[in-house]
Design a protein around this ligand. Structure first.
Ligand code: PGA
Length: 252
C-alpha cells in the first residue's frame, strides 16, 4: 500500500527537518519503501538528507518540473537536475497545476516522457471536476487525461515505472472524499484503459493511487477497493502521526 504525501506549498527547511525526525521514528525500515514525499522544491535537499540514507528506502521528489533539461525558463525546475540530486519521483498534472497554472494534457505528456527519460517515476495525476461528474463525463474525462498524458511515452520506456493518481477535483482539499464505490469505479476504468493501451500484464504493474481528502478515518474503506493501490495525500500528510495512521489503518 503506497502512501505518497503532497505537501503543496507548505513547510520550509526547518519544518521539513522536524517532520522527518519525527516521521522516521514512527515507521520501521521495512515499511519505509511504501512512502513517498512530494515536498516544495526548496526542501528537496533536506528530504534527501533524511530519506536517502541507506537505512530507509523512502521516495521523494518534486511536485512539478519542466520538460526540457535546461534553458531560459524562469521559475521552472529541470527534470535532469532533479534526477541528478537523487529525486526518485515527480508529480505531473496535479489539478492545481491544471486549473491554476493552465497545464494542458499535452504538457503533461511531455513531462511524463522526460521524467522517465531522466530515470525518475512520473506520477500522472488526473480527475474530473464536480461539473464534469454532474454531467456524467467522468469516464470520458479521465480516459482522455490518461491516454493523452501517456501519449509521448516512448516504446523503449513503456516498461519503465509509472504511477497514476486519480484525484477527483471536487474531493481535493474539500473534506468531500469520493465514496469507495466511486473511487473503485474510476480506478477500474483506468485499469481497463491501461489494459487496452499496453496489455493486461503491463497494466497490472502500474500502481493506481487515490487522492482527495484521504484521512485515517477513510483509508481502510478506500484501500479495500480492488484497484486502489495506494494514496496521494495532501492536507493529512502534513502531520507525521496522521500520515502514518492513514497507512496503518489502510492495512488493518
Ligand atoms: P487533499 O489533497 O488530501 O488535501 O485533499 C490531495 C492532493 O491534492 O493531492
Amino acid at each position: 500500500m503506497i502512501c505518497a504525501g503532497n505537501w503543496k506549498m507548505f513547510k520550509g527547511p526547518q519544518e521539513t527537518r522536524s517532520y522527518f525526525e519525527e516521521f522516521l521514528g514512527l515507521i520501521s525500515p521495512e515499511q519505509s519503501s511504501n512512502f513517498v514525499f512530494f515536498v516544495p522544491a526548496i526542501n528537496l535537499l533536506v528530504a534527501k538528507e533524511f530519506l536517502s540514507t541507506g537505512k530507509v528506502k523512502i521516495g521523494w521528489g518534486a511536485q512539478n518540473c519542466y520538460f526540457t533539461s535546461e534553458g531560459a525558463f524562469t521559475g521552472e525546475n529541470s527534470p535532469q537536475v532533479l534526477a541528478q540530486v537523487g529525486a526518485t519521483h515527480c508529480l505531473v498534472g496535479h489539478s492545481e497545476r491544471r486549473q491554476i497554472f493552465g497545464e494542458t494534457d499535452s504538457w503533461c505528456a511531455q513531462k511524463v516522457a522526460v521524467i522517465q527519460e531522466a530515470g525518475m517515476i512520473p506520477v500522472l495525476c488526473l480527475g474530473e471536476t464536480a461539473q464534469e461528474r454532474e454531467r456524467h463525463q467522468t469516464e470520458s474525462v479521465i480516459v482522455r487525461q490518461l491516454k493523452q498524458g501517456l501519449a509521448e511515452v516512448k516504446d523503449k520506456n513503456k516498461h519503465k515505472p509509472l504511477w497514476i493518481a486519480y484525484e477527483p477535483v471536487w474531493a481535493i482539499g474539500t473534506g468531500k472524499v469520493a465514496t469507495p464505490e466511486q473511487a473503485g469505479e474510476a480506478h477500474s476504468i483506468l485499469r481497463h484503459t491501461l489494459e487496452d493501451l499496453w496489455g493486461k500484464n503491463r497494466a497490472s504493474e502500474i500502481p493506481l493511487l487515490y487522492g482527495g481528502s484521504v484521512k485515517p478515518e477513510n483509508s481502510r474503506s478506500l484501500a479495500l477497493q480492488k484497484n486502489v493501490d495506494g494514496f496521494l495525500v495532501g492536507g493529512a500528510s502534513l502531520q507525521p502521526q496522521t500520515f502514518c495512521q492513514i497507512y496503518e489503518n489502510a492495512l488493518s
